[in-house]
Design a protein around this ligand. Structure first.
Ligand SMILES: [Zn+2]
Length: 475
């Protein structure tokens, strides 16, 4: 065991064979330090005395993943898992501490970001993965890690994330879901369903109906009988999305890598009905493109950064029926998206799925990290808030929100700034303001976070313990 210098971050120390690895921080700069009697291969850097100093570069992140294999993303199968969606690249230590505090058995995807979020934060898939590697290493995470290439819409999105080293792919065919079918007349639904690209599904309109018509799925608490009108409507709504999912899956397959995938229709306009769930997953199964998890659109409101909006008893029943379908047709995991801050829903989905579940959070780490700014740099916080209010109409695009700008206090005192991250209206406005704020105030924000890193980690830790605790017993 080496004698660690004061600049060392002691949680990071790990020894593999004759080599010890740790992270050191001097002011704003962090380095990986390696002490080894053998030549240090694969890393770039320089010897200082008998220690090798390696900067936190992409190549060194890759070399570290090879040296410490638990940091190389792996598949999780049906294990209970959580995606942390850190847009800042500095919140992983807080996530690790929260995981450890609840027993350390939940499987984490520290690297998880959608292409949309990467665009708004000027990060690449590889940046996201490397930041998660450094954060997990710094905090001493010794368990396995996943890496979720979230909400991919195109084949090109897949290429970029495969190249970076992702292993979990969330395929989002939302652009191909047809909301018109929700309320269209039966004749219109038939027209839409007949017009699908059936050859891409190795099927035909008639063959589809012959396969499922009158078919009954016996669940634990009820049974679902598929009648022709429901089948036709389900296909009119989701048929083209199935074509796109299979197309994306085949593209992934052609890469020759080990991977898992999720199918996500959570960002659609209408809740996914049980019969629609059955049709989607039965068709994917038939086509040999079977996901490890499925994210339906559940009933009620899953808005960014705030509690669930809706009837919890209704949501519980929705969780239960989707979980029963997932057990009968799978098993596969149910995936809960926009899962940040929905505390009332966690015990319900954990129990309904019996722990065969994935929780996806995104953005809540950014909102919580702003508490550090509110406490340490009120001037900067006010600038972030003003910008987020000014740019709100552009920022809100593609997010589900119900905040009212008029309800945000006009001249908050310094001691009230922290509360703005708790109050719904200001929290949502700040929550979706990350892109413009990070572009405009990047250096000042990071300077404040990095000079108050322990406080940041503590805030993130406490916030995530509340998310993870209801799931920990099922892991
Ligand atoms: Zn989602």
């Amino acid at each position: 065991m080496p004698d660690l210098p004061v600049a060392a971050i002691s949680t990071s120390l790990v020894t593999v064979g004759p080599a010890s690895y740790w992270m050191e921080t001097t002011g704003a700069t962090k380095n990986l330090v390696i002490e080894s009697p053998e030549t240090v291969e694969g890393f770039e850097g320089q010897m200082v005395g008998d220690r090798f100093y390696a900067p936190l570069t992409p190549d060194n992140a890759l070399a570290l993943r090879k040296a410490l294999p638990n940091l190389t993303p792996t598949t999780f199968g049906l294990s209970l898992s959580v995606g942390f969606g850190d847009r800042l690249g500095i919140c992983t230590p807080g996530h690790v501490e929260a995981l450890n505090a609840v027993g350390g058995k939940i499987k984490p995807a520290f690297a998880q970001q959608s292409i949309r979020e990467m665009g708004r934060t000027n990060r690449t898939p590889r940046n996201v993965l490397d930041d998660a590697t450094w954060g997990a290493f710094q905090a001493g995470w010794t368990g396995p890690v996943g890496a979720d290439a979230d909400h991919l819409h195109t084949l090109e999105d897949i290429d970029r994330c495969v190249d970076a080293g992702y292993i979990f792919f969330t395929l989002d065919p939302n652009d191909h879901v047809n909301p018109e079918a929700e309320n269209a007349a039966p004749a219109r639904c038939e027209e839409l369903a007949r017009a699908l690209d059936w050859s891409a599904l190795n099927s035909s309109y008639d063959e589809f109906l012959a396969t499922y018509s009158g078919h009954t799925i016996d669940l634990e608490t009820e049974s679902i009988t598929l009648d022709d009108p429901a089948l036709i409507r389900a296909m009119a709504k989701y048929g083209d999305a199935l074509v796109q999912t299979v197309r994306m899956y085949r593209h992934l397959q052609s890469k020759g890598i080990e991977f898992e995938f999720e199918m996500a229709v959570d960002e659609t306009d209408y809740p996914t009905k049980p019969a629609e769930h059955v049709v989607i997953m039965s068709e994917l199964k038939r086509l040999g493109a079977f996901p490890v998890s499925f994210a339906p659109r559940f009933v009620g409101g899953f808005e960014k950064g705030i509690e669930y909006i809706g009837d919890l008893a209704e949501l519980q029943r929705d969780f239960e029926i989707h979980a029963e379908i997932a057990r009968v047709l799978g098993p596969y995991k149910l995936s809960l998206h926009s899962g940040s801050d929905k505390y009332s829903t966690y015990p319900l989905i954990a129990a309904a799925t019996r722990g065969v579940v994935h929780l996806k959070t995104a953005g809540t780490s950014w909102a919580e990290a702003l508490r550090v700014i509110a406490r340490r740099d009120p001037v900067l916080f006010r600038e972030v808030l003003d910008l987020s209010i000014r740019e709100f109409e552009a920022n809100r695009t593609s997010y589900h929100l119900s905040c009212d700008l008029a309800k945000i206090p006009a001249n908050p005192s310094d001691s009230e700034l922290d509360d703005l991250l708790t109050l719904i209206d200001s929290r949502q406005v700040l929550h979706v303001g990350y892109g413009t704020a990070l572009t405009m105030f990047h250096d000042r924000l990071y300077e404040c976070w990095l000079s108050n890193e322990d406080e940041l980690t503590q805030i993130i830790r406490d916030h995530f313990i509340k998310h993870l605790e209801p799931f920990a017993a099922w892991a």
